[in-house]
Design a binder for this molecule. Structure first.
Ligand code: ADP
Length: 248
């Protein structure tokens, strides 16, 4: 993917919250089918960067370009989502009283209301596409279960499945393995590698051991700025990176 084209670029992004500069002139380039980790100490501005890309937070200055030409900076969050940019927040967000299948159906058809889904309960068959997704997210045969009864990790996978059904070209994930068991973390790693075959993925991550288990691109942020970019090996050998992690 080192030579694949840049699909999304955030250029010179600055975000000010009432005068406090959470992000200052940050650049981030995401290549096609790249798995890209965004790391850095607490408060570095990582989540704010994802928020800017998906339109949840407006940048004070700078630009986010999709495919080198579509300027996302002035678009609303739902427009950005409809352009194929999926965002997952840290806590799982599924409808606990709906089944796994109903959650996926809601995600697959954004025009379908929740009432329509409830009316269709148990009458719909599982589509081949949905069977694929269930398999991919490690929940085969579990479509009839109530989402609320899934484990924390399984809920996170279901939400990722809901995003995948919208056929994103870019996925933005905020600490997907936080709170997961070791076994769930390993499975999530496999899922991310699989997803990155067809999609570009940005993952904000605190778990360095997890990041180390990939041969992925890593961007380090510190105090709202780009500190270092490279492979995990390059990152680890940079004394400035060690300093921001250990120095305080
Ligand atoms: P990270 O994800 O790297 O931990 P964040 O992007 O969440 O960092 O936050 C960066 C900085 O911006 C922090 O100092 C945080 O307190 C501040 N911040 C984030 N969101 C807001 C907000 N809505 N209003 C004011 N300050 C915020």
């Amino acid at each position: 993917t080192k030579t694949s084209p840049v699909i999304l670029s955030a250029e010179n992004i600055t975000v000010s919250f009432g005068g406090f500069m959470a992000v200052r002139g940050m650049n981030l380039a995401l290549r096609k089918h790249e798995l890209h980790f965004l790391i850095g100490p607490n408060g570095a501005g990582k989540t704010t960067m994802l928020d800017v890309i998906c339109g949840k937070t407006k940048a004070s200055s700078g630009k986010v370009l999709l495919g080198g030409e579509v300027d996302l900076t002035r678009k609303r969050d739902y427009e950005i989502a409809s352009l194929g940019i999926g965002r997952k927040f840290q806590a799982p967000s599924v409808f606990p009283n709906l089944t796994v299948q109903e959650n996926l159906e809601l995600a697959a058809d954004r025009n379908r209301s929740i009432f329509h889904t409830l009316r269709l309960r148990r009458s719909d068959t599982v589509t081949p596409k949905m069977l694929d997704i269930l398999e991919q997210i490690g929940l085969p045969g579990r479509e009839g279960e109530r989402a609320g009864s899934l484990s924390h990790g399984e809920k996170q996978w279901l939400e990722i499945g809901m995003l995948l059904l919208q056929k994103p070209s870019v996925l933005l994930l905020d600490e997907p393995v936080a709170g997961m068991t070791d076994d769930e973390t390993v499975k999530t790693g496999e899922l991310l590698k699989e997803i990155a075959k067809t999609c570009s993925v940005v993952v904000v991550e605190h778990d360095m051991e997890f990041v180390r288990s990939f041969a992925a691109k890593v961007t380090v942020m510190h105090e709202g700025q780009l500190l270092k970019e490279g492979s995990m090996v390059e990152i680890q050998h940079d004394p400035r990176v060690a300093e921001v992690y250990l120095g305080k």
